[in-house]
Design a binder for this molecule. Sequence first.
Ligand code: MCN
Ligand code: CUM
Length: 783
Amino acid sequence: MSGNGQHGFGRVPRKEDARFIRGQGNYVDDIKLPGMLYGAVLRSPHAHARLVSVDTAAAEAHPQVRAVITGETLAGLDLAWMPTLSGDVQAVLATDKVRFQGQEVAFVVADSHYAARDALELIDVDYEALPPVIDARTALDDGAPVIRDDLEGRGDNHIFDWEAGDAAATDRVFDGAEVVVAQDVLYPRVHPAPLETCGIVADMDKVTGKLTVHTTTQAPHAHRTVYALVAGLPEHKIRVVSPDIGGGFGNKVGIYPGYVCAIVGSIVTGRPVKWMEDRSENLMTTSFARDYHMRGEIAATRDGRVRGLRVTVLADHGAFNGTAQPTKFPAGFFHVFTGSYDIEAAHCAVTGVYTNKAPGGVAYACSFRITEAAYLVERMMDMLAAELDLDPAELRLRNLLRAEQFPYSTATGWEYDSGDYPRTLRKALDIAGYDKLRAEQADRRERGELMGIGISFFTEAVGAGPRKHMDILGLGMADGAELRVHPTGKAVLRISVQTQGQGHETTFAQIVAHELGIPVDDVEVVHGDTDQTPFGLGTYGSRSTPVSGAATAVVARKVRERARIVAGAMLEAAPGDLEWTPGRWTVRGDPSSGATMQEIAMAAHGSLELPDGVEGHLDATTVYNPPNLTYPFGAYIAVVDVDPGTGKVAVRRFVAVDDCGVRINPMIVEGQVHGGLADGVGMALMQVMAFDEDGNHLGASFMDYLLPTSMECPSWELGETVTPSPHHPLGAKGVGESATVGSPAAIVNAVVDALAPYGVRHADMPLTPANVWRVIQGRPFRT
Ligand code: MCN
Ligand code: CUM
């Protein structure tokens, strides 16, 4: 263990920054292959229209155009439709209808990016406009236009009904409840908006029959298998390379039509084809997030003991059901909505519907819909506090799970692994100076000023599998790791997960260094290339550390045990008589006689005679199938000031106490938390993917869809508690999405608290100045 340490956990500076701060990152758009052509996608201006004809003659006549691909071309190859991650199908290029504005209609391959774009203008498409379904709440109305008439026997826009919990037991609790509070809560459609948009360079080598794709993916192995299934190519003839990725946030989990078109373009032209979306294409057509219309009900005793939660959700999935989540759970992990509280009974019912909007679903640091769940329960807790006239901190302290209740089985079937929630909340209240803040608020209210204090306490479930319960498209959620130790004791770790900025090259090297007692700089992490790494499901749902990090620890321990046997032969001692001190096996009771990892590695590759049955070298492999998810949690407190004249919200302070178990690199963890908190400011105050009634997208640029900057964010005040996960080999829990999950509720709770003198109990995100102003119009101010 070390400060700026070189041998294990601690604030080790990021290895990847050596290239990033020099502008030497290698992103998909940096890749230039000899003879490479460029693709561009023609997109539908309509949200819903019949495709009458597509005339590509003029585009094909363009001197720099090499190919024009339409839905008809793809239909001839049986590639016009592709499977989605939810078992639906999605049009690669439209053949019958267009179903959202921006949907892919044709693909041009040309000598340059500009020529490809120019040629799009030459394609003549005849559409026959149809009435669209934009508001999910009307999708199931009688006579609503049917969006998915391509699906056999489909007479409506219904996708699925799904429920969790015990409905009858929950109804009984509500029937006998002293207090019930109910509220409609919208989690609006938002977008992960990574700074690097999505793209691909597809290269089909006709001689070897091998397809190489460089692409923006969070899950290279899963993508390879999907390509194999769709294209009918054998997997060993497909190589997916995910180079440096400029942010993913869930946006890069799925496979987009542009990828398939670029691959077909390369097959058709025999040359590499690059396709990169622009910002508007990214915002309009790739994985959105949320869009949950929720109705929450909370039942409690008059003295503030929460007894039941009942939730119904209308989930807007857009035109194709393309959400990424384990197969068994069409609403992701939403059923973790009982949050951090000891609740007798709970039930949720989720209905998914099609609308004429882009497909997608769970992206944007969501932990598979836990963002929606955490937001809902934390809003309901505040509404209950207001109803009972109880302080929201006090209400939470009365209901939070206590340390002795773990492992804790929830009413909806989760087994939380570990925690001490009151301790974490108390720590946040201390850092914030909660009582003083409440006193200040009372003073300010007397003066007519709007100050708000908002609390949220969240629990996440991250690190999917185990694979017997969780798969994506039939692929079980487990991850492999391979570790090679060279003769001089330098190591190469090969992993299946893929960093988009989370610093895996550093933290995974730290895990190996920690387990083998060798310098972090002596460990190279290889990832993002299916030809170079073992199979695994990739990075999302903050699963890298819980799953692949565990695989890394396990494989390193295998190496360490092999080293023990080799050391025994070197030291002429029984392996059982050796003991481990970081970096060295020594003979028990004689610390002077020992061998370092480096010496052992050399001996393992040398002429030393090894015991019978012991292979030489120190390499090892493993596959880690997690026994359970890990359950990080945290207590967040926001302090806001609202301008009553303009409705503008300023986040004055934000205290975040996160517990993600053992921290491998506290600096990276804090960076993850900072980013997620900024996401929370964005969603709570600024972001929504809006549409007009014709389905025109109203947020297709960063002028309209706002990203939070340092101007909107306070200086974050972080704290930590450490409750190790009992089943993770390092005691670590995931943290990459925690702050995005936990922070919106704290900010919204703070704004609603600020508006309490107007009698406001709830307001939906985003709390833009206009929306806040509208909420308080015509309401009297009463302290
Ligand atoms: N870590 C640690 N100690 C812990 C937990 C994590 O040191 N106890 C470190 C990890 O080793 C890793 C980082 O923190 O370097 C995040 O780890 P983890 O929680 O395992 O999450 P993942 O690596 O699986 O990252 C995925 C997660 C997701 S799903 C989204 S969405 C998101 C997020 O990460 N996208 C991001 N954070 C992001 N950060 C950046 N910069 N870019 C994105 O696209
Ligand atoms: Cu849901 S966004 Mo992350 O899990 O890749």
